[in-house]
Design a protein around this ligand. Structure first.
Ligand SMILES: NC(=O)c1ccc[n+]([C@@H]2O[C@H](COP(=O)([O-])OP(=O)(O)OC[C@H]3O[C@@H](n4cnc5c(N)ncnc54)[C@H](O)[C@@H]3O)[C@@H](O)[C@H]2O)c1
Length: 415
């Protein structure tokens, strides 16, 4: 856990800082004192903003009595565009629940240190009652300490002329380091959601470098694609989007993704029975969803941030709130043992459902027709190639990278 800045200034040790936080009720207000050399070194590694414990004697007991144990959520890329929306949703209680206190542990890069402090100041000034602690740092081993959730948003954007294979390599190295840090520092049942692109393969790298954490706990964000698909079905059918269910995204978060209109329902009916236009489904709906990110960048000049944050919130809620009977949600998870014959050892987006306990299962009752099967196979092949490009980062020998010079299936600008 990164130390509170005021505690560091006061020269408190990490252990002492922990004991301060556990001695409720107390509001930490340490006084500046000479900094010891050890603390000085510590200050270079991590710096933080605040840690508040409620003074339960002065609080409205009817509000706080039923509150749960604080959930610790680590967020990487915390001063970036997506996080700038997401952090405030997390702190407000709209994601984990209005009775769920939260500690935010924010990871930035060396370059974004100052901005990260600014983010923490804004959180501080927002006076969210559920936000118990904010700590910030640049060392993933510190920041992931005891995290129950790790939301991995931070990744390098693609530079001019950079190939997809180079991006896989550069961001892959980040996720190798961060996977190792999760393995050592995070809670043993930490749930990990990778947003930074290429998110499926980055999630694979983090997972393979974190053998102490169940493989099942690693997710790649495809919920944004699901939300985009739901929106298109709602617009075309003229029905409200809440009537769209069983909207699965299969495969990779790239243009090979497969938005599944075959199994989708509108108002409880199969989508193709409501929108009787197969040409539209295949030739307009499918590419529109897959290329939505690029279309948005053309308008906005940058990749989607607010809607991505909303979809991260949806993806978390999908795991902590039971799935409605018969419905599903999409998330990229380990393909081991899947009921659809997708090659094992890939992080692949499937229709899933959850009891709301943080765990999930892959739905086993989706119809895969020939058209879907061919599309799914193409996305699977792409993920296998990506895996081979990063084999050296996941402890595999002898992979060669067939993606060099290949067609670019990344959503333009999202990397
Ligand atoms: N999966 C999806 O659906 C989806 C959708 C949109 C964007 N994305 C991806 O999310 C990522 C972040 O997007 P953004 O708009 O917030 O980007 P951004 O550039 O605004 O923010 C990224 C942040 O990550 C930080 N960072 C870079 N390397 C880091 C490291 N090693 N450790 C910690 N932080 C690091 C940067 O300093 C920056 O603050 C990108 O990779 C983008 O392609 C994914």
């Amino acid at each position: 856990m990164a130390l509170n800045m005021k505690q560091q200034q006061a020269g408190l040790s990490r252990k002492a800082a922990r004991s301060v936080s556990s001695r409720a009720p107390v509001v930490v207000r340490a006084v500046a004192a000479p900094v010891a050399p050890a603390a000085e070194a510590e200050a270079k590694k991590a710096y933080g903003v605040f840690r508040l414990s409620y003074d339960t004697q002065n609080e409205d007991a009817s509000l706080t009595r039923s509150w749960k144990k604080t959930v610790k959520v680590a967020v990487t890329g915390a001063s970036g565009n997506i996080a700038n929306h997401l952090l405030f949703m997390l702190a407000s209680g709209e994601v984990y629940g209005k009775d769920q206190p939260i500690a935010l542990q924010l990871l930035g890069s060396e370059r974004s240190k100052e901005a990260l402090e600014g983010v923490a100041m804004e959180l501080e000034d927002s006076l969210y009652p559920l936000l118990r602690e904010v700590s910030i740092g640049t060392d993933p081993y510190e920041v992931f300490g005891d995290a129950d959730w790790a939301l991995m948003i931070g990744a390098k954007p693609r530079g001019p002329g950079m190939e997809r294979a180079d991006l896989l390599q550069q961001n892959g190295e980040i996720f190798q380091v961060q996977g190792r840090a999760l393995n050592e520092s995070a809670s043993r049942n930490c749930k990990v959601l990778v947003v930074g692109n290429p998110c499926n393969t980055n999630a694979l790298i983090a997972m393979e470098n974190a053998p102490n954490i169940p493989r099942k706990n690693f997710h790649a964000l495809t919920r944004l694609d699901e939300n985009r698909a739901k929106c298109q079905l709602a617009l075309k059918s003229g029905k409200f989007y809440t009537s769209v269910s069983r909207m699965a995204i299969w495969g990779n978060h790239s243009t090979t993704q497969v938005p599944d209109f075959v199994n989708a329902r509108i108002g409880g009916l199969p989508a193709p029975d409501v929108i009787r236009d197969m040409k539209w489904f295949r030739e307009e709906f499918t590419p529109k969803v897959a290329l939505r990110g690029g279309a948005l960048i053309k308008k906005w000049g940058r990749s989607s941030a607010a809607s991505t944050a909303v979809s991260v919130a949806d993806a978390i809620r999908a795991l902590v709130v039971p799935t409605a009977p018969g419905d599903c949600f999409s998330t990229g998870v380990i393909s081991d043992g899947n009921p659809y014959g997708v090659r094992e050892g890939l992080i692949f987006s499937f229709p899933c459902r959850s009891k709301g306990d943080g765990d999930y299962e892959i739905c086993d009752n989706f119809i895969v027709d020939e058209w879907l099967r061919a599309k799914i196979r193409a996305s699977e092949d792409e993920l296998q190639k990506e895996k081979e490009c990063v084999s050296h980062l996941i402890g595999m020998m002898g992979g060669s990278c067939a993606l060099r010079g290949a067609e670019d299936t990344t959503v333009p600008g999202e990397n």
